[in-house]
Design a protein around this ligand. Structure first.
Ligand code: G6P
Ligand code: ZN
Length: 543
């Protein structure tokens, strides 16, 4: 076994964002770019000699190449074993589960989540720690600091390892175990949900359509919905993972999963429609004729989780990211359990889950999950919905409308301005920040500002503080606007505007969302004149 020490020069742009390092493939293909980052991760960790690393990705373009690099660099750095998904495939939640189940030291997940894939599109590398969750800021900052001064990486001088045949192989002194990516995950789902009840639901004529968007959940969904639960062949569509996701954005929202949405709004709609994203952690839930917003989904799942075996003893608490609507807050209040508001990014839930303060977490960006892993989990959310439907035997629409009746409805929408000039976007946010102190008391039409701030999170477990997590403007009556810049984009900047209005009156629960939010949207243009800064007169995506 020969360990080579290769001299390298640092890159200055390897700062992990909301969810790992994401760049265009050609950037990752620069000399030593991926190697530098992988070595910077290992240089930022201590105590992994002889330990296990979990490795896999969403199968996008460049996945296989980087899998080989990680294997050889990890072996050279002294890992004892790597568990790698067959073909280099692991969904993000499945990787999180494997880290926990096999008590691995950590894991590397190769994905750019819901961003497009292909030779000119996005790639990403994310490090997860031993609890199965994304590395906290302390570690990602150390990785970034290291990447700026790195001058060498270690790599084994060996040929490529066969990652397609299941079983153990050796690479230098390290064992490479190629595992079935689906089996452990599917087994865990059987422990959380009542598979008999789900089979009975599907046998009773209940119909379902799951769109895997040519991304990583295809093999998982086929196994779980069709093989284990007996849904008819064809219930899972677009189930073959493709390196470019068939040329689409593997993002389960109303824009990129339009085909599913149109089906669910048509006369031929099945009872339940769902989709997941590139790496399997996001979810989209649509009932016949009704889209369930992720914020509502979190609230409804939390209110009904006790009906499902894995959560029958109740929830310890609920956590949501700050921009997520307050719908779940009223569920927590009714249940008499804790409610936590964190910055955007799943990594902020890890401490709350580890400390058993929260059981269920969710984000407006189509993420829902629980303490079963330390990532959000698309298929888990779909199974939780199905299990609740199997118990309640009501339609999705009846459950959602009934929920609003009990708790009130939070009209909610997010307007994204994608790929705008980064300097202009930063100027907008900075100048907005400077105006906050003078805002309370000012009015925009009928809306009067009660409070305006720049969200800072004080982690109740490790007491770390994360500042500048989004500008919040609160209005009389409980409405709210949030402005922040996305931390997941790979070109330019994306401005996100989150718009929310609470409506307690059931007689006013049937309005069109954009119409119900019109006055707030107008106010948002006055408060943050995006067009003046960026030249964009309308959002590129509305969710
Ligand atoms: C990823 C993260 C989420 C986050 C989302 C949007 O999916 O895992 O935690 O909510 O991106 O983040 P962004 O910074 O782009 O708004
Ligand atoms: Zn994802």
């Amino acid at each position: 076994m020969t360990v080579l020490t290769i001299a390298t020069k640092p890159y200055d742009d390897q700062k992990p964002g909301t969810s790992g390092l994401r760049k265009k493939v050609p950037e990752f293909q620069q000399p030593n770019y991926a190697e530098n980052f992988i070595q910077s991760v290992f240089d930022s960790l201590e105590g992994f000699k002889g330990k296990t690393l979990v490795l896999g990705g969403d199968g996008r373009y460049y996945n296989r190449e980087v899998i080989q690099k990680v294997l050889k660099i990890a072996a050279a750095n002294g890992f004892g074993k790597i568990m790698v998904g067959q073909g280099g495939i692991l969904s993000t939640p499945a990787a999180s589960h494997l880290i926990r189940k096999y008590k691995a030291f950590g894991g590397l997940i190769l994905s750019a989540s819901h961003n497009p894939g292909g030779p000119k599109e996005d790639f990403g590398i994310k490090y997860n720690i031993g609890n199965g969750g994304p590395a906290p800021e302390k570690i990602t900052e150390a990785i970034f600091a290291r990447s700026k001064i790195i001058d060498r990486y270690l790599i084994l001088d060996e040929g490529d390892i066969d990652i397609d045949a299941i079983g153990n192989k050796t690479l230098g002194d390290m064992i490479v175990e190629v595992i079935d990516p689906v089996a452990d995950y599917a087994e865990m789902m059987e422990t959380l949900f009542d598979f008999d009840a789900l089979r009975a639901l599907l046998q009773s004529g209940f119909t379902l359509r799951f769109d895997a968007m040519h991304a990583v959940t295809g093999p998982y969904a086929k196994e779980i919905f069709e093989r284990r639960l007996g849904a008819p062949d064809g219930s899972v569509i677009n189930f073959v993972p493709l390196t470019d996701f068939g040329g689409h954005h593997p993002d389960p929202n109303l824009v990129y999963a339009k085909g599913l949405y149109d089906l669910m709004m048509s006369a031929d709609a099945p009872d339940f429609g769902a989709a997941s994203d590139g790496d399997g952690d996001r979810n989209l839930i649509i009932g016949r004729g009704i889209f369930v917003t992720p914020s509502d989904s979190l609230a409804i799942l939390a209110a009904n989780a006790h009906l499902v075996p894995g959560y029958s003893s109740g929830l310890k608490g609920i956590a949501r990211s700050m921009p997520t609507s307050g719908a779940a807050d009223r569920v927590a209040e009714k249940l008499g359990i804790g409610m936590y508001e964190t910055p955007t990014g799943w990594k902020f839930f890890g401490n709350l889950l580890d400390a058993d303060m929260a059981t269920i977490c969710g984000e407006e960006s189509s993420g829902t999950g629980s303490n079963h892993v330390r990532e959000k989990d698309g298929l888990w959310a779909v199974l939780l919905w199905l299990n609740i439907l199997a118990v309640r035997r009501e339609s999705v629409r009846d459950i959602v409308v009934g929920h609003w009746k009990t708790y009130g409805r939070n009209y909610y929408s997010r307007h994204d301005y994608e790929e705008v000039d980064a300097a202009a976007a930063n100027r907008l946010i900075t100048e907005l920040r400077e105006k906050l102190a003078n805002m309370p008391g000012t009015s925009f039409g009928d809306l009067t500002v009660t409070k305006a701030d720049d969200f800072a999170y004080h982690d109740p477990v490790d007491h770390s503080v994360s500042k500048h997590q989004g500008i919040r403007i609160f209005f009389e009556g409980g409405s709210r606007l949030v402005f922040r810049l996305s931390g997941t984009g790979t070109s330019g900047a994306t401005i996100r505007v989150y718009i929310e209005r609470f409506e307690p009156d059931p007689a006013r629960h049937g309005l069109d969302t954009q119409a119900a939010l019109a006055d707030l949207i107008r106010a948002s243009h006055e408060i943050a004149p995006i067009e003046a800064y960026t030249g964009r007169d309308k959002p590129s995506v509305i969710t």
